[in-house]
Design a protein around this ligand. Structure first.
Ligand SMILES: [Zn+2]
Length: 335
């Protein structure tokens, strides 16, 4: 179309062609050619023709007569295979022009089936079809659930129609993970006969108004309640190796080591404050063999003054007493 060479056409022919397409016919020849080309490109600016719309499918879902799926239903259900499920999904997704390799819905549905997301399933038989309906919980939300409907051939077990409330399962051939979960649950049921359906909220008798088992023991003292706290002697554990702990005389040994070391070196070791001060009275009694009482001996020792020191003191005293305010000073101030 676009390759049509309008350049060779005459102006009346171009105008006639534009008129047949419902376009304006005014302008120069180049304008007419441009306009015609534009009409070619855009299909005469007509809305695209409607493709054939499929006739609405009427599944005729039964509205009553459903029974909750039970073990007894296994006898009239045909055996459903995994291949049938896969094929239905591939076939329906291909029909919907979806990427058929991507049948993640089945694997996701398997995870939901394993996670007990199929919450309810009821079944009824009508003519040559088996109908299922029920609820599947949403994958990530506990409070959201979707209703589903399934139609199955009574003799072969092929899925004929499927519908789910979720966006992916809309229509009469929904292929969402919820439907996959239901189909896998039915496959499991027809194979093993066990109904893997999460219990509905009303299935268990509510018992919260009844008291739980009462305690029949005796009262327990607070101190005898087992505590998870570690005992304090563990947290302040003796860092010494076990063989040095609780050795008789060890404390005295350390104490005399400390005292001797401090007196010899004039070091002030913080550890020595661990031990109480010496009791002078006790020490005096202990040293009964000295010539004079120990307290007096200590005072004598403390007041022992060398000849050079006494000369220094005498000179300082001289200096004090020659000062103008020497009268205000008492002797005790000098000493
Ligand atoms: Zn769904």
């Amino acid at each position: 179309m676009a390759s049509r060479s309008y350049l060779t056409w005459s102006v009346p022919k171009l105008r006639a062609e534009l008129a047949t397409r419902g376009a304006s016919v005014g302008g120069r020849k180049t304008d007419l050619i441009e306009r015609l080309k534009a009409y070619d490109r855009n299909r005469d600016f007509q809305p695209p023709p409607l493709e054939s719309v499929p006739a609405p499918v009427s599944v005729g879902w039964p509205v009553s007569g459903y029974q909750q799926l039970q073990k007894e239903h296994k006898v009239f259900l045909p055996k459903i295979t995994k291949e049938q499920i896969d094929q239905y999904f591939v076939y329906r997704m291909a029909g919907d022009k979806q990427f058929t390799k991507d049948i993640k819905a089945v694997s996701k549905g398997n995870a939901m089936f394993q996670g007990n997301r199929v919450q309810a399933c009821s079944v009824t038989v009508k003519d040559n079809s088996i109908y299922f309906t029920g609820i599947v919980g949403a994958a990530m939300k506990n409070k959201v659930s979707y209703n589903y409907k399934l139609k199955m051939d009574k003799s072969t077990g092929d899925t004929l129609n499927s519908d789910c409330e979720c966006p992916a399962g809309k229509g009469h051939h929904g292929t969402c993970k919820h439907l996959a979960a239901v189909l896998l649950m039915l496959q499991h049921f027809t194979e093993t006969g066990s109904v893997v359906i999460d219990k509905s909220c009303t299935e268990n008798l509510q018992l919260f108004h009844k008291p739980k088992a009462t305690y029949h023991g005796v009262p327990v003292d607070a101190e005898s309640i087992p505590s998870r706290k570690r005992p304090s002697d563990e947290s302040l554990e003796d860092p010494r190796p076990a063989k040095f702990r609780k050795v008789p005389g060890y404390q005295d040994y350390v104490r005399s080591l400390l005292i001797n070391y401090c007196s010899m070196t004039s070091e002030d070791i913080a550890l020595r404050y661990l031990f109480g001060k010496a009791n002078i009275q006790v020490a005096a009694v202990d040293h009964y063999y000295t010539r004079i009482p120990v307290t007096e001996y200590w005072v004598d020792e403390a007041n022992k003054i060398l000849a050079s020191d006494s000369f220094k003191i005498w000179r300082n005293l001289q200096a004090y007493f020659t000062k103008k305010y020497h009268k205000t000073m008492s002797k005790s101030d000098v000493c």
